[in-house]
Design a protein around this ligand. Structure first.
Ligand SMILES: [Zn+2]
Length: 305
């Protein structure tokens, strides 16, 4: 890439759909504002459960083919978000969905969970060194909720950021690059609780049940949150992107359910914990821009000075 936009954001996720659920509003907003938004998805999500009965045959324990189908769902979701740069770690199908914790799929050859972290990270170093993102978004060390592929995506993303910055690492993968800021996806407990209260009040019968607050990945005490991105102007893009993951997500207005049929709120303000790099903006206050304080990133359109 010869002419890199001033602001460059890289997101690393485990499966197609995680990006839209966690960061859809953020991705749509930064893409609309002219940032380069790049998504790296680590697996095809081959082990996902399938919601629509007419697509149930795609499941891994039936005819299979879900991974290929989800490549198309992800592409459709990215069109909704206005994101043109989306890739699979090491190429589509290089790493396979490891299934839920404790299943035999965890250790199958090719499973992402069974991959060597440095080897998998090596595939991401080339992406980081060519795109030169100032901001990286991924999961916390628990992967948000303990799914093996999410934990592994965290490890691989963090390791790749270190390796990309190391001049001694693989000169053939491009010039070293230090990612200025790394964020983990988070949801403040108060926001999660308000969202579920709204669901119980306004749409109690929309789903067969309502998920417990702690089903939401990355729920933490509000004090842990360093950054909130108001993507409410992109709420419809986010829900459209979630809807594009037809096999995985059932969307009903501002709420959705995964294959367990338990309703959850869609969050259009998305929250983060800055874990590497200096916070920008007013001291002690939450950031409202992932690029805040990044010297060469320029100002977001409409940003207050
Ligand atoms: Zn996932």
């Amino acid at each position: 890439m010869k002419d890199l936009p001033a602001r460059r954001l890289l997101l690393v996720h485990a499966h197609p759909d995680d990006e839209s659920i966690n960061n859809g509003a953020t991705m749509a907003r930064y893409a609309a504002e002219g940032a380069h938004v790049a998504l790296v998805t680590c697996t095809l999500g081959e082990e996902g459960e399938v919601i629509p009965p007419d697509l149930a045959h795609l499941a891994a324990d039936r005819e299979g083919g879900l991974g290929d189908h989800r490549v198309g769902e992800l592409a459709a979701a990215m069109r909704e978000l206005g994101v043109t740069d989306h890739r699979f770690l090491g190429g589509p199908g290089r790493f396979r969905d490891s299934g839920m914790t404790g299943t035999e799929q965890n250790h199958r050859p090719g499973a992402f969970w069974a991959a060597d972290v440095d080897d998998a990270a090596g595939h991401l170093v080339g992406v980081i060194r060519s795109l030169r993102p100032q901001v990286l978004v991924t999961y916390d060390p628990d992967g948000g909720y303990g799914h093996p592929d999410h934990i592994q995506a965290h490890r691989v993303a963090m390791r790749a950021a270190d390796l990309a910055a190391d001049p001694a690492y693989d000169a053939g993968a491009g010039a070293p690059h230090t990612v200025a800021k790394i964020y983990w996806n988070r949801v403040p407990r108060s926001v999660a609780e308000e969202g579920f209260a709204r669901l119980r009040d306004t749409a109690p019968d929309a789903f067969p049940g309502i998920a417990p607050v702690d089903d939401v990945p990355g729920v933490v005490d509000d004090a842990v949150i360093t950054t909130e991105i108001d993507g409410s102007a992109y709420a419809s893009a986010k829900t459209a992107a979630m809807r594009a993951h037809t096999t995985q997500i059932a969307v009903d207005g501002p709420f959705f359910a995964l294959s367990n049929d338990l309703g959850q709120p869609v969050f259009t303000t998305e929250y983060y914990e800055l874990v590497r790099g200096a916070p920008g903006g007013d001291e002690g206050a939450r950031e409202h821009d992932l690029f805040a304080g990044v010297p060469d990133a320029g100002l977001a359109p409409g940003a207050r000075t």
